[in-house]
Design a protein around this ligand. Structure first.
Ligand code: NAD
Length: 242
């Protein structure tokens, strides 16, 4: 379904990004994976894409919050693949704390990675996405970007900002044939959430169970193929933010 297309996935060394890379590779897309750390993990993701799904896959170490680093990395991806058709902005971090005690750096860093990182990637791939004619951007936000969350003012603000970015880019690039959507996961079992006390949270999920990375990857594959959907925020949360 996606053969002939090139997908770039940020934050793909583990968790949700890794699962999205496999899902898009399983549908035939060539894969460029980006992460700021974990070279060995990123290489292992590429190896699995190549061996299990028989697609081209390449790893790039890049800090998405760094405008110049992203520019260089996207130039390298262009040289290696020639095009970008699908961009998944998945890289994200948390630095939780109460607003009255939050360090300035914790606020700034979360905004830089989660929000500016997505802008940097879109800014540098926009030309290739427009040339693709069926360009597609998927931003991984969060249900807390819709609802807010005590103890996560920085993270929730960055994810709410990502929704504004998604809708603005969707409006701006629609005439060029580029779609831009967001996925808002709820509670997904990954390294990011493994230290949380999840029992009270799970009680709040109408479907009664935490989500898996594959649930988010499924939604990403759906949006990659959904030719008439743009500017949408798709919750993958078991009903949590309903
Ligand atoms: P994770 O911590 O397991 O993985 C995050 C990935 O981002 C890693 O590959 C990491 O190396 C990469 N990364 C971090 N900073 C980076 C930077 N500056 N530049 C490039 N890469 C960087 O996280 P996850 O749970 O898989 O979450 C993935 C995305 O989904 C994040 O944006 C997160 O906010 C969002 N999300 C997760 C959940 C959840 O319950 N796990 C819920 C809602 C939203």
């Amino acid at each position: 379904m996606l053969s002939g297309k090139t997908a770039v996935i940020t934050g793909a060394s583990r968790g949700i990004g890794e699962a999205i890379a496999y899902k898009l590779a399983s549908q035939g897309a060539s894969i460029a994976v980006i992460s700021s750390s974990g070279n060995a993990d990123l290489e292992a993701v590429c190896e699995k894409c190549r061996c299990e799904f028989n697609v081209t896959a390449k790893a790039y170490r890049c800090d998405v919050s760094d405008f110049g680093d992203v520019k260089k990395t996207v130039a390298a991806i262009k040289a290696d693949f020639g095009a970008v058709d699908i961009l998944v902005n998945n890289a994200g971090i948390t630095r939780d704390g109460l607003v009255a005690m939050m360090k300035e750096d914790d606020f700034d860093r979360v905004m830089e990675v989660n929000l500016k990182g997505a802008f940097n990637m879109i800014r540098h791939t926009a030309g290739m996405l427009m040339r693709s004619r069926e360009g597609c951007i998927i931003n991984i936000t969060s249900v807390v970007g819709l609802t807010g969350n005590a103890g996560q003012c920085n993270y929730a603000a960055s994810k709410a900002g990502l929704i504004g970015l998604t809708k603005s880019v969707a409006k701006e690039l629609a005439p060029k044939g580029v779609r831009c959507n967001a996925i808002a996961p709820g509670f997904i079992e990954t390294d990011m959430t493994k230290d949380l006390d999840n029992s009270p949270l799970i009680k709040m999920i109408p479907l009664g169970i935490p989500g898996q990375v594959e649930d988010v990857a499924e939604a990403a594959a759906f949006l990659a193929a959904a030719k008439y959907i743009t500017g949408e925020v798709l919750r993958v949360d078991g009903g949590l933010a309903m």
